[in-house]
Design a protein around this ligand. Sequence first.
Ligand SMILES: Cc1cc2nc3c(=O)[nH]c(=O)nc-3n(C[C@H](O)[C@H](O)[C@H](O)COP(=O)(O)OP(=O)(O)OC[C@H]3O[C@@H](n4cnc5c(N)ncnc54)[C@H](O)[C@@H]3O)c2cc1C
Ligand code: FES
Length: 269
Amino acid sequence: MRTELNTIRTTPILSVTAESPTVKTFTLKDKNCAKARPGQFLMLWIPGVDEIPLSIMDTENGLVSVSVKQVGDATRHLHHMRQGETVGVRGPFGNRFTETSGTALLVGGGTGTAPLLFLAKRLQAKSKRLAFVVGAKTKTELLFLNDLNSICTEQSIITTTEDGTYGLQCLVTEPLTKLLAENKFDMIYTCGPELMVSKIFALAEQRAIPFEASLERLMRCGIGLCGSCVIGKYRVCRDGPVFNSRRLREVKDELGIWKIGFDGNRIPV
Ligand SMILES: Cc1cc2nc3c(=O)[nH]c(=O)nc-3n(C[C@H](O)[C@H](O)[C@H](O)COP(=O)(O)OP(=O)(O)OC[C@H]3O[C@@H](n4cnc5c(N)ncnc54)[C@H](O)[C@@H]3O)c2cc1C
Ligand code: FES
């Protein structure tokens, strides 16, 4: 770990874009995080409030973007911040997705779509075919549809909403059985709620398709020291957040079942 990456750099928010009623994208200038690869995350310090882990959603010309859902104290404060206000950044941390040159299926749930959009932009140039399944509770919470439409062909995107306001009315996992029966994929990537990840992992295992998932655990240090992000023998911040099939098999007794809470006790996922 380079010390430079773990030193907080303060930087102004360059732009704020509303993606949905609960998700905003923040763009910052940071030369280290701008070198990140899809799958990596940064620790964002919101002055006087907290420091939180966020997947990197895009990088361009020294800039880095993260898309953040308002869920609690830190994310609420961040959502109230404006262009020009200062935050702090550490990172990039963690490993990255393996970028296949074959056919790829990407499945994103909620803000889990953010790191997959970054990955899809990379795969666009090298992979044979991309299919994207993206889901949300309702139409207004579906993320990055315009970006996905410009990366994948129209037939390669399936959208789902739980309330049926857009696309298929079902969970994002539901169209996968048919899609996997009718198409050959060399790799499946996913990021989103852990129950979703474990369901898709089971489908990939049944068909022996290589699989990678970006996992979320509570994180404090982000660099493998505090132990708050453990899963099995791994620390998600240091050994992940991207886990492949082999590692997921090793942690299957915990995946989608429990994690460590802020008080150090096990809590259901
Ligand atoms: C590797 C990684 C990448 C992530 N990427 C994104 C992203 O791209 N966009 C996004 O919106 N969210 C992302 N998250 C989740 C984000 O870190 C939490 O939503 C945020 O920390 C919540 O802080 P809060 O104070 O607003 O909420 P809190 O009031 O602290 O908690 C609300 C809920 O958020 C979760 N949470 C709280 N703190 C953490 C923490 N330190 N680490 C993980 N989960 C936490 C808990 O499950 C809790 O129930 C990511 C988490 C990890 C581990
Ligand atoms: S967040 Fe501290 S070990 Fe992973």
